[in-house]
Design a binder for this molecule. Structure first.
Ligand SMILES: *[C@@H]1O[C@H](CO)[C@@H](O)[C@H](O)[C@H]1NC(C)=O
Ligand SMILES: *[C@@H]1O[C@H](CO)[C@@H](O)[C@H](O)[C@H]1NC(C)=O
Ligand SMILES: *[C@@H]1O[C@H](CO)[C@@H](O)[C@H](O)[C@H]1NC(C)=O
Ligand SMILES: *[C@@H]1O[C@H](CO)[C@@H](O)[C@H](O)[C@H]1NC(C)=O
Ligand SMILES: *[C@@H]1O[C@H](CO)[C@@H](O)[C@H](O)[C@H]1NC(C)=O
Ligand SMILES: *[C@@H]1O[C@H](CO)[C@@H](O)[C@H](O)[C@H]1NC(C)=O
Ligand SMILES: *[C@@H]1O[C@H](CO)[C@@H](O)[C@H](O)[C@H]1NC(C)=O
Length: 465
């Protein structure tokens, strides 16, 4: 209603201290902390809701793929829809340069409906997200306010409790969810999928997603902005913060070259740095299907996770990254709890971390390498190197493996060794023992060579010629 005020263009070209007000959702200033604080030296105010044509599309088990557009402005659209106040509700919020009308947002709703009978609302703000990155950063304040207004409307018409609401946001959508949570007390959960870094890293909590925005806030960092072309926030912003593969460059992508960086436009579309950035919603998607394949290990840094520490987990010590993070008993014990894990390079990305010890027998010393091959019940195999170079008898070779096969579906594990031509004279190499510790509960499995018949025939050799 109140927009006989200056136009957006006039506002951005003027100095700080401006304000814009919109019917229903109130006023927005560019006073600190919204502008002019460290990490956030931007200018401008959000566009109007009408300009952005924000929409809420409802997916339920009744609608399937034929969503219903519902609106808090005309709440009879909600009452006439398949929205049910007896179910939980998830809102999925996209990021910069994206859309809520197709693609991952819709796929996520459809998959969630396969496992839970919920109301899933795909929030679209594509027209507020398709200008410059800075305009989108400003616009999420209005989108967050609109999501909050929608929830207030649900409270009013159904006495619907925020405790039945889960907001899932990617990139700028994660901070949008934070803004909605700041305005509504008692949201059950917010999941931030690689919350955007630029203009949010190091800013006051009101401006960005933080643990006070919901009863439980879980975050997946898949591409922080300290690394080249990174778009995500690096610091913790939730109760549980997961850093898959260290949270920077995801496996399966080539390193970005400097020429690519010059042409780089931040977006959550799958281009350049965007590909790591979008991994976070792919991880979330796959975590719905492979809950145990995304176990996070508590650790101070990725480096110590990679080397020696933080393994294994006694029962219930490690949360599952993604959809089932809320099953972790200690989830609310502290804020800023860091968890690390490695994923595979390709979908479904899930891995099961195991620590392997191999003690060799048979020859004193030889050149070559030792590998383990995991076979699953469907005949798929995955091979991992344990050691290579000069191998000696009686030494124990140790390696952490992020195995792409669930231990539950592992039919057999094969021990392979690769010897060089120079060592052909030595007839035999075998494993005295192979020890495997499972990361998910610390249970150990030992294959010994006491019964030579059971171990050695399964070991075979390949020569490098
Ligand atoms: C705005 O959103 C509505 C659905 O809420 C859609 O039908 C319409 O085409 C959109 N308008 C524009 C200009 O994209
Ligand atoms: C949903 O519908 C869109 C087009 O209307 C289609 O492209 C998409 O494949 C459908 N998705 C599913 C899971 O049926
Ligand atoms: C509100 O939505 C209903 C459909 O649910 C429609 O019939 C009605 O015209 C709408 N009212 C306004 C004021 O847009
Ligand atoms: C809503 O979600 C919570 C947490 O996952 C769950 O405990 C509860 O049973 C759900 N409620 C309904 C009605 O499905
Ligand atoms: C954003 O999308 C709207 C509607 O599709 C279009 O009219 C507008 O030109 C787009 N803006 C930019 C900067 O691409
Ligand atoms: C990261 O977060 C912690 C705790 O919220 C804070 O003390 C620290 O200053 C932050 N670091 C950066 C670089 O923002
Ligand atoms: C054996 O060594 C060759 C050359 O280093 C390598 O290509 C091959 O994958 C190795 N095989 C096994 C089973 O390690």
């Amino acid at each position: 209603i109140l927009c006989p005020c200056p136009t957006y263009k006039q506002l951005v070209s003027s100095t700080l201290g401006k304000e814009v007000c919109y019917q229903r959702i109130g006023c927005f200033t560019d006073d600190p902390p919204w502008s002019g604080v460290p990490g956030r030296l931007l200018t401008g105010l959000p566009d109007s809701p009408e300009h952005m044509n924000i929409s809420f599309s409802l997916y339920t088990r009744e609608t399937g793929n034929n969503s219903q557009v519902i609106s808090a402005i005309n709440s009879s659209t909600i009452q006439k829809s398949h929205f049910s106040s007896r179910r939980n509700t998830s809102f999925i919020i996209h990021g910069f340069g994206s859309t809520g009308r197709k693609g991952w947002v819709v796929e996520m709703c459809l998959l969630l409906l396969e496992v839970e009978n919920i109301n899933c609302i795909a929030v679209d703000w594509a027209q507020g997200a398709n200008g410059t990155y800075i305009s989108a950063v400003n616009n999420i304040r209005v989108i967050g306010a609109e999501v909050a207004y929608f929830i207030k409307t649900l409270q009013k018409i159904f006495r619907y409790s925020p405790h039945e609401i889960h907001l899932i946001g990617h990139s700028l959508g994660a901070h949008t969810a934070g803004e909605a949570g700041r305005r509504i007390q008692g949201i059950r959960r917010i999941t931030g999928l690689d919350p955007a870094g630029p203009y949010f890293e190091g800013t006051p909590p009101e401006v960005r997603l933080d643990p006070s925005d919901a009863d439980f806030v879980d975050v997946i960092h898949s591409n922080h902005h300290m690394c080249i072309s990174g778009l995500g926030i690096y610091n913790t912003t939730g109760h549980l913060d997961f850093y898959p593969n260290g949270g920077t460059v995801m496996p399966g992508y080539k390193t970005v070259t400097s020429t690519m960086v010059i042409n780089f436009v931040p977006t959550d579309a799958t281009i350049i740095g965007g590909c790591h950035h979008s991994r976070s919603h792919e991880f979330y998607f796959e975590s719905i299907l492979y809950p145990t394949g995304y176990l996070g290990y508590p650790c101070e840094t990725y480096k110590s996770f990679e080397s020696v520490n933080c393994f294994p987990c006694s029962q219930e010590e490690c949360p599952m990254m993604g959809h089932y993070a809320d099953r972790f008993p200690a989830k609310l014990e502290r804020v800023n709890q860091k968890y690390f894990l490695n994923t595979a390079a390709d979908p479904p990305f899930a891995t099961w971390r195991q620590k392997v010890f191999v003690k060799l027998s048979g020859v004193k010393k030889m050149k070559g390498d030792i590998n383990l091959v995991f076979h699953d019940t469907e005949g798929k195999t995955k091979e991992y190197e344990i050691a290579s170079g000069v191998l000696s008898q009686d030494q124990v070779y140790t390696k952490y493996l992020d195995v792409e096969i669930n231990p539950k579906n592992t039919k057999k594990i094969e021990f392979l060794w690769n010897k060089t031509i120079f060592t052909l004279l030595w007839a035999r190499l075998g494993a005295e023992t192979v020890n495997i510790i499972h990361g998910e509960d610390g249970h150990a499995k030992t294959i010994t060579n006491q019964d030579k018949a059971s171990l050695l025939p399964r070991c075979f050799t390949r020569n490098i010629v």
